[in-house]
Write a protein that binds this ligand. Structure first.
Ligand SMILES: Cc1ncc(C[n+]2csc(CCOP(=O)(O)OP(=O)(O)O)c2C)c(N)n1
Length: 519
C-alpha cells in the first residue's frame, strides 16, 4: 500500500469522510487513493476558496473535520481567506496541501514555494510529511490537532513521493483531548459578578450557544437579573422555537456602545472582550464602558456548558423557570423589498430544522428579532471578516446535513468571491437555496464613506463600490453553472420563490433586487 492510500485509510478510520478538493499533478496519487478507498467522498471545488469555506461549513455542522486538497503554495494561497475565517471560528479542518516530491524541490520548478510559511498564520498545526512511511501517522496527528479544543486548522503538506512510495498502511487515530473543566475560582468569581444583577452581562459564544448552554444561561439570567448576549459573530447558534433565542452585540460601533451602556461586569463564557471590528478615528476600540470588570467563566477551549451548569448550581438557578421562544412566526411581509421586510418574510419561511448561513452583510444585520419565533433552526456566521464565505459554507453545511433545509442569505458583492460554489452545488445536487441580496453595490463601504462625509460622498460618487454598469446577472451566472435560478422583483416574488426553493432538496438561486439607496 502506498503512502497516499495509507493516508486516506487513516483519514477514513479517523472519521474524515469528505475531501473538498482542487487537485493538480502533484496530488494525483492522493486523488487515486481517494477514489479507491471506500468511505471517502471527494467533492470538487472550482476554486480553492470554495473548498476551504465548504470544509468550514461541513465541520461546523458535522462536528468533525473534512479534509481539503489544495495544489501547492498557489492552491493554498487561493484558499487562505476562508482558512483564515475557519481559524477565527476555531473550526477543525484537515487542510492537505500537495507539494513537489522531496527530491524535486531543489530544482525550484515553477510551482515551488514556501508552503509552511504561507500556512502558518491560519494553522494551529503545520507539518510537511518527511516520507511515505510517516504520512499515515502524520495524517492521524493532523486529525487530533484539528479536533483539539476549541478546534483548529491542521495543515498537512504532502510531497509527491510521500504519496507514491511504499507506505506504512493506515495509522491508528488517537482520541482528541476533551474540553477541560473550569476551576472553582472561575465559578465563584462569576457567581459574584452575576449577583450584581442588571449591570452584568453574561456574554456567550462557542458551545454555550447550543440549546443546553442557552437554557442554562437563561436560567442564570432569570435568577440574577443579569443580561445574556452573544458575541456579534459566532460559529454556530441554535435559535427559534423551543430555544432561548438571544440577541448579539450589534456590529455598528454606536449601537454596540449603546447596548453595553451601564454595564459594570461582563462574565465571559467562551467569549472574548468585545472589541470593534475596525478602529475609527472618533470611536473607541473597546465596546464596553471603560471601568467594566471582566470575569472569565470559561475560555473558548474549556467546557463552557459544564461551567454554566456548575454556575447555575452555585446560584441556585437550575430550576429557575424560563420562557424559550415559541413558534409564532410573523406573517410574510408585504411592501417594499428592504432589510426589514426580507427579515420578516424569512421569519415566516424558515422551515423546521433549517440551517441559515448568513453572509447578508449590511442587509442581513438585523434579522434576529424577526426570526426569533420561527421554526427551530441553526445560524452560521463569518467570524473572520473575510468575505466570500457564505456560498461555500452553505454548500459544506448541506454536505454534512443532506436532510436539513439550508438557506444562504447572501450579499451580492460577497457572493462574487466564491460564486463557483454554485457549480459544486449543482454537480453534487447539494440542496442549498442561495438568496442573493442584490443592491448592486458594496453598500457597507458606501455607508462608511458617507459617514466620513468625504468629497466623494458629497458628490454621491463612490469610487470602487458600485457593482452596476455592468450589473451582474446572477440568474444567468447560476444557470450557466447548472443551478436553476429566478429573479424576484417584488417581495411577493421573493417570498414565493424562497418558499418553493425550501420545499425542494436541490440547489436554487434567487436574485432579490434591493434598492441601491443606502443611507
Ligand atoms: C477578502 C475581503 N476583501 C475585501 C473586504 C472588504 N469588504 C468588506 S465588506 C465589502 C463589500 C460587501 O459588499 P456586499 O457583499 O455586496 O454587501 P453589502 O455591503 O452591499 O450589504 C468589502 C469589499 C473583506 N472584508 N474581505
Amino acid at each position: 500500500m502506498n503512502g497516499a492510500e495509507s493516508l486516506v485509510r487513516t483519514l477514513v478510520g479517523g472519521g474524515v469522510n469528505v475531501c473538498f478538493s482542487n487537485p493538480g499533478t502533484s496530488e494525483m496519487h492522493f486523488v487515486a487513493a481517494l477514489d479507491r478507498v471506500d468511505g471517502m467522498r471527494c467533492v470538487l471545488a472550482l476554486f480553492e476558496g470554495v473548498a476551504t469555506g465548504a470544509a468550514d461549513g461541513y465541520a461546523r455542522m458535522a462536528e468533525k473535520p473534512a479534509a481539503t486538497l489544495l495544489h501547492l503554495g498557489p492552491g493554498l494561497g487561493n484558499g487562505l481567506a476562508n482558512l483564515h475565517n475557519a481559524a477565527k471560528a476555531s473550526t477543525p479542518v484537515v487542510n492537505i496541501v500537495g507539494d513537489h516530491a522531496s527530491y524535486h524541490r531543489k530544482y525550484d520548478a515553477p510551482l515551488t514555494s514556501d508552503i509552511e510559511t504561507a500556512a502558518k498564520p491560519v494553522s494551529g498545526w503545520v507539518k510537511t510529511s518527511p516520507s511515505a512511511k510517516d504520512v499515515a501517522a502524520d495524517g492521524a496527528a493532523a486529525i487530533v490537532a484539528a479536533m483539539t479544543p476549541p478546534g483548529q486548522v491542521a495543515t498537512l503538506i504532502l510531497p509527491g513521493d510521500t504519496a507514491w512510495d511504499e507506505g506504512s498502511g493506515p495509522a491508528q487515530v488517537a482520541a482528541a483531548p476533551v474540553r477541560v473543566r473550569v476551576c472553582e475560582d472561575a465559578i465563584r468569581q462569576s457567581a459574584q459578578a452575576l449577583r450584581a444583577g442588571a449591570s452584568t452581562v453574561l456574554l456567550l459564544t462557542g458551545p454555550a450557544l447550543r440549546e443546553k448552554g442557552l437554557e442554562l444561561a437563561a436560567r442564570i439570567a432569570a435568577k440574577t437579573g443579569a443580561r445574556i448576549l452573544a458575541q456579534t459573530f459566532n460559529r454556530r447558534m441554535e435559535r427559534g422555537a423551543g430555544r432561548v433565542s438571544i440577541e448579539r452585540i450589534p456590529y455598528p460601533v454606536d449601537q454596540a456602545l449603546k447596548t453595553l451602556e451601564g454595564t459594570r461586569h461582563i462574565v465571559l463564557a467562551g467569549s472574548r472582550i468585545p472589541v470593534a471590528f475596525f478602529a475609527y478615528p472618533d470611536k473607541p476600540s473597546l465596546l464596553a464602558p471603560k471601568d467594566t470588570q471582566f470575569t472569565t467563566l470559561s475560555r473558548l477551549e474549556e467546557d463552557s456548558v459544564h461551567a454554566l451548569e456548575w454556575l447555575a448550581d452555585e446560584l441556585g438557578a437550575k430550576a429557575q423557570p424560563i420562557e424559550p421562544s415559541r413558534y409564532s412566526p410573523p406573517a410574510p411581509a408585504t411592501g417594499r423589498i428592504e432589510a426589514a421586510t426580507i427579515a420578516q418574510s424569512l421569519g415566516a419561511l424558515i422551515p423546521e430544522d433549517a440551517i441559515v448561513v448568513d453572509e447578508g452583510v449590511s442587509t442581513g444585520r438585523g434579522f434576529f428579532p424577526a426570526t426569533k419565533n420561527a421554526h427551530p433552526h441553526t445560524w452560521l456566521q463569518n467570524m473572520g471578516g473575510s468575505i466570500g464565505i457564505g456560498m461555500p459554507m452553505a454548500t459544506g453545511a448541506a454536505v454534512a446535513c443532506p436532510d436539513r433545509p439550508v438557506v444562504n442569505i447572501q450579499a451580492d458583492g460577497s457572493a462574487m468571491y466564491t460564486i463557483q460554489s454554485l457549480w459544486t452545488a449543482a454537480r453534487y445536487k447539494i440542496g442549498v437555496v442561495f438568496v442573493i441580496f442584490n443592491n448592486t453595490s458594496y453598500r457597507i463601504l458606501k455607508q462608511r464613506l458617507f459617514a466620513q462625509r468625504g468629497y466623494a460622498a458629497q458628490l454621491d460618487t463612490y469610487v470602487g463600490m458600485e457593482l452596476n454598469n455592468p450589473e451582474i446577472d446572477y440568474v444567468g451566472l447560476a444557470k450557466s453553472l447548472g443551478v436553476p435560478a429566478a429573479h424576484a422583483a417584488s417581495l411577493h416574488d421573493a417570498t414565493d420563490l424562497i418558499a418553493k426553493g425550501l420545499a425542494g432538496n436541490s440547489p436554487m438561486l434567487i436574485n432579490v433586487a434591493i434598492a441601491r439607496e443606502f443611507k
